[in-house]
Every structure is written in structure tokens, then in C-alpha cells.
Design a protein. Sequence first.
Length: 238
Amino acid sequence: MSIADWFRPKWKHSNPGVRLAEVARVTEQSVLADIAKNDEDSAVRRDAVARVTEQSVLADIARNAKDSLVRWDAVKRVTEQSVLTEIAKNDEDSDVRKATVARVTEQSVLADIAKNDRNHDVRAAAVQRVTEQNTLAGIAKDAKDSFVREVAVERVTEQSVLADIARNDEQWNLRAAAVVCVTEQSVLADVAKNDENSLVRAAAVTRVTEQSVLADIAENDENSLVRAASHNYQLPAI
């Protein structure tokens, strides 16, 4: 203990153990914010943020603390959507952005993050939080990340959107993902007969119920696996 410790509050003591014990007695929100942002010891900083109750103080810590774990702790208790949006879009740490996304509810914000965040895990977390069909359709068609698009496709229920992707998307895996969700038999027959990718055709075949279509594919498709799949889904002749 230094001589200076006699003349300053215990939360500024040179011994981190003393500071940690003192945090449990501090109630002044501005002091807790100071400790959370500036103390040299991680345990002291995180204990301080855990004792903050005021939303404005939590927002300040979430925005300005240098320690990403402290920001993460603060974000988990912030309720103001405008603050969460700001941090979800702008925090330098991907783990903090991802944790914040879990608390964002604004669909347009989630869509923007799903399409544009620089980190794959953050984009994936965002798309999984989207619930509005129009927003999911936009992500399914426009996002640059193939995985994010596929997640969105799997959650789209609008058949016209799924049909468009199944027939026209440039990426075969997206067409295949859409086919699995399509229910319109005319669309499935079209894809099963005409898609350039044998895996997409095979995926469509598993959803076709029209026996004449299956028979045609079983006889005429150029790919043996697609022909075999068609045979497997034909009903036995009575």
C-alpha cells in the first residue's frame, strides 16, 4: 500500500482486491461508470458495470468503455433501441456487435446488418432475428453472403418469392434451398426438368408428386442420379 492510498477513496486504492471489495459498496452511478471504464483491473471493471442500474450510464459504458468485455456486459442490459442500433452497427469488436444484435428488434436495422456487417457471424446472427416476410425476401434476394441468403430463403414462406429464387437465382445452392420450400407443383416440375444443375433438379424431383412428370424425368434426364431419384419417387403401378 502506498502513502497515497491514505488520502484517496478505496475505489482508487492501489490494491485491486481493495478496489473490488469497495465496488460492492459504491452506489453512485457516475463513480461506477468511472470504475467500469477506467480501472486497470478487468474484474473490478466488470463488477462495476454489473452494479450500474441507470440506462443512460449503461449506454455511456456500452459506447465508450475501452474493454470490449465491459461493453459486452453493458450491452446485455441496455434497453434503448437507438443505443443498441448504434452499437450493433458501429462497435469495433464483432463479439460486441453480435451480442447487441441479439437485443435489436427493428427489422430494417437487422436487415442492414445481415447484408452489410463485415463479420460473417454477426451477419448470420442478424438474419436469424428477422421475422418479417418482406424483409426476409429482400435479404434472400440481395444479400452478398451466400449463407445469409440461404438462411433467409429457408425462412421465407411467400411462394412467389421462393418460385422466383428457385427458377432464377444465379447460385445453385440458393435455388436448391428454395426448391425445398416450394409447394407449387408447376414450379417444381419446371425446375426438375429444366434447371442446369443436376443437384437442383434432384432436389426438385423429391418434391414432385405428378407421376407423369416423374416418369418423363426418369426416362429422359441426362443425369443418372436424377433419373434414379425420379424412379424412387414414382408410385408402383397397380
